[in-house]
Design a protein. Sequence first.
Length: 404
Amino acid sequence: MASEQPSQPQIVQFGRRRAPPRVCVIDHKPHVRSFLAGMLEELGFVACECGAADLKKVMNEFVPDLVVLGPFNGKYEVGLLLESLRYIGFSGRVMLFGGRNSLALFEAQEIAERAGFAVLPLLGTPFRDETLKENVGCFLPITASPDIPVDAEEALSKDWLELWYQPKINPRSLTTEAAEAIVRVRHPNWGLMSPSYYVPGAADPYFRRLSQFVITRAMADATSLAVANRPIDISVNLPVPALDDLEFVDQVLRTIPEHGGKRNFQIEVHCADIVEDLPHMQQIAAQLAFRNIGLCIDSIGSEGAALGGWRDLPVTEMKVASKYVRGCGDDRIKQAVCAEIIATARKSGARSVAEGVDTHADYLAARALGFDLLQGVLFAKPMLLAKFERSILGRRSAPVKNAV
């Protein structure tokens, strides 16, 4: 008797979702599935990963909406995996990945469709971030997360906070020399939230706990990178009130291992806060330096002129605001502001950083002006630590002209 054909799975749309979609990445190679799982997490998925042998166990504990499979060792393995999914009762969608235009990938697609699975477009490797996002577009929200505040205490106690890293690139070697740590909240219902909806003010009773989380996690990550022989200067953004109580900073430092991390850590403070009381900030910078922590002046604009009159400014980086970097190649006023800040940084022994390098034209202009480091989406958007660590392994490629 002919075997009963499986019913067509119900297609679930996650347009206006109240819960993040779930994905399971199945592959023989741990580093491959970890890489894909990380990329899908950045798109808002809750991800898990496993090898073929652990499929049944994982699927019993984690019910995904999407299963990502590949590459494969012939039709037999593909059939077994899909048969296992059907036996378990999986009714979501399947996405297959493997060598671009490979016969095995097209054969796997045919087998999956014959088995009655809803198959997303094939993901041929290598692929661009935009391609992956297009392939899984049906799972992504149609509208952005709601503008609702996130309670800082709840985010801290339930471990919703993450640190993402945006590289700072040497404009000549195109290698990653530093990174800025950026706080993200991954809400269980709405995914990644905008910072304006969870960062507490200086008067908030949980402000200190958030500051402690940021410093502790960033220093731990800096130490981890140093242990792996990838020492990178990591910076975090903190307002001046967080630095007024240096005993608090010392308490945090005592919880961090001595290896490497302290030598590669700096705190970014907004320029407007610094110029309000330069003598006070000079004292803070000197005390931070005594603790092997650098001070970076962030978002410098027209206020940069006030910094030029101060000698021996104890800072490690000076970052020009993005509005003076974007389009500076065709704007002499912006060029003059950038040049003045670069000159001040050199006098102070600090590195100059251009924020907002988003186009190839901005890159060429910033390089010609003499910036020491560049930061912007032309090179990379903020990313999770695992992806950031992979990205700094021998980064040598030139920026893409049409990157967005």
